[in-house]
Write a protein that binds this ligand. Structure first.
Ligand code: MV4
Length: 447
């Protein structure tokens, strides 16, 4: 097992990882930017090293700085958390060269799944359902338009290097194909220096269902059920829950097996997520694989009783999974609300500032992952998420009531948050009845 782990991240996920390490008897090193001198993660770790100025590009994305800090403190592994360097294959390769274990998948797997067109082809070859669409990458409008006719409109135009909605356009008719294709491709060239595109049939108002998987270095792969992440605004998730309100036990088993098959086809090791779209007829399609621990991992922890960060560390240390698929039992229902310092009445504008007074809820089945405290100054340089409120109860209606009770207790003074907005979603009749899809926020709330 590792003796010391450097956490190449900040905020609540850095704190979450430090806690897991401490419970496992592993020493921790925090890294922080000049803007994060008074951050909780730097205070809670055994050691803390400043790695550069406030801008992420000069600190949390600065590979040399982070590797130097790792060597200087004699840490034997790096946990990247999510965002920042977590899906950077170049960084993984550099870690290897420095004889530092990267707690995550191998570099080649990150690259294979990071290219969404290649990921799609990998899944086609493995027999995992994908959205009807192109089998080869598309580089020019003319070929694209011909392929689109064969697939049938509406068409989703996607950049192979895209993700999070970037380089993505819907063409509803052949007339608008050219414009949208060229715009999506230009966005991809500008954003990712890549003109590789692919096409899929557009699935109207799908649910976003993702399966958590764990894979060790010895060929064992298990899934830990699904999360429904359909409640999102402009590709920013707001609420995640597990299990999904509308999956039958049979469909869960079938999709879970498809997720395991997908992870095997990718050659995956460590914790990862297989994203599916679920359409109105309950047909499911692989769309992407996330090769990192995700923000919403906590809801899976609550319904499975596992600690995903500890599992990640054990897997990276070369241990075998200590349980099989049959040992995984999904118990009750968990919901997470992301708490952001932002103003829903001002187009969700970020609201950094000083937290002057703070109270978080607690009690049976309530979990708060956060790195803020009373007096803390939320810096303007990073993500606006300041915490995650999670609840676990026997079933979905009970979990919804528990979340409403918990949200009602939250006090964050000094900055504007989305807590009231979250409460509004929870009390919405369509949310309570489980009639949610990726169009829910836009249709019922947006601006
Ligand atoms: C789609 C789709 C409909 N049809 N692909 C959005 C980001 C990227 N992860 C994939 N996304 C979508 N791909 C086809 N063929 C709809 C979305 C989509 C979406 C997916 C998951 C969660 C939220 C979403 C919001 C809008 C669109």
């Amino acid at each position: 097992m590792f003796h010391k782990i450097l956490i190449a991240n900040r905020g609540e996920i850095a704190v979450r990882i430090i806690r897991a390490c401490r419970e496992m008897g592993i020493a921790t090193v925090a890294v922080y930017s000049e803007a994060d001198r008074d951050s909780l993660h730097a205070m809670l770790a055994d050691e803390a090293i400043c790695i550069g100025p406030a801008a992420s590009s000069e600190s949390y994305l600065n590979m040399e700085s982070i590797l130097s800090a790792t060597v200087a403190t004699k840490a034997d592994a790096i946990h990247p958390g999510f965002g920042f360097l977590s899906e950077n294959s170049k960084f993984v390769t550099l870690c290897e060269k420095c004889n530092i274990k990267f707690i995550g998948p191998p570099a080649d797997v990150i690259d294979r799944m990071g290219n969404k067109s290649e990921a799609r082809n990998t899944m086609i070859a493995a027999g995992v359902p994908v959205v009807p669409g192109t089998k080869e990458p598309v580089y020019d409008v003319k070929t694209g338009k011909k392929m689109a006719e064969e697939i049938g409109y509406p068409i989703m135009i996607k950049a192979a290097s895209g993700g999070g909605g970037k380089g993505m356009r819907i063409a509803r008719t052949p007339e608008e194909f050219e414009t949208h294709f060229l715009n999506a491709q230009r966005e991809s060239i500008n954003g990712f220096s890549d003109d590789t595109m692919y096409l899929e049939r557009y699935v109207e108002k799908p649910r976003h269902i993702e399966f958590q998987i764990l894979a060790d270095e010895h060929g064992h792969v298990v899934h830990l059920g699904e999360r429904d992440c359909s409640i999102q605004r402009r590709h920013q998730k707001l609420i995640e829950e597990s299990p999904c309100a509308v999956l039958s036990e049979e469909l869960r088993k079938e999709m879970g097996e498809a997720a395991v098959k997908a992870a095997r086809a990718a050659g995956y090791v460590n914790a990862g997520t297989i994203e599916f779209l679920l359409d109105r007829q309950n047909r499911y399609y692989f769309i992407e694989m996330n090769t990192r621990i995700q923000v919403e991992h906590g809801v899976t922890e609550m319904v499975t009783g596992l600690d995903l960060i500890k599992e990640q560390i054990r897997i990276a240390a070369g241990e075998e999974l200590s349980f099989t698929q049959d040992d995984v039992v999904i118990r009750g229902h968990a919901i997470e609300c992301r708490i952001n310092a932002e103003d829903p009445s001002r187009h969700f504008m970020p609201c950094p500032g000083t937290v002057t007074s703070l109270h978080f809820p607690g009690g049976n089945g309530v979990r708060v992952d956060s790195a803020i405290y009373s007096g803390y100054q939320i810096p303007p340089f990073y993500d606006s998420m300041i915490g995650k409120l999670m609840v676990h109860d026997v079933d979905r209606p009970s979990a919804i009531r528990k979340m409403m009770s918990a949200l009602g207790e939250v006090i964050v003074e000094g900055v504007t948050t989305n807590v009231d907005f979250q409460f509004g979603i929870l009390e919405h009749e369509k949310f309570q009845s489980g009639h949610t899809d990726t169009g829910f926020i836009e249709e019922n709330f947006d601006d």
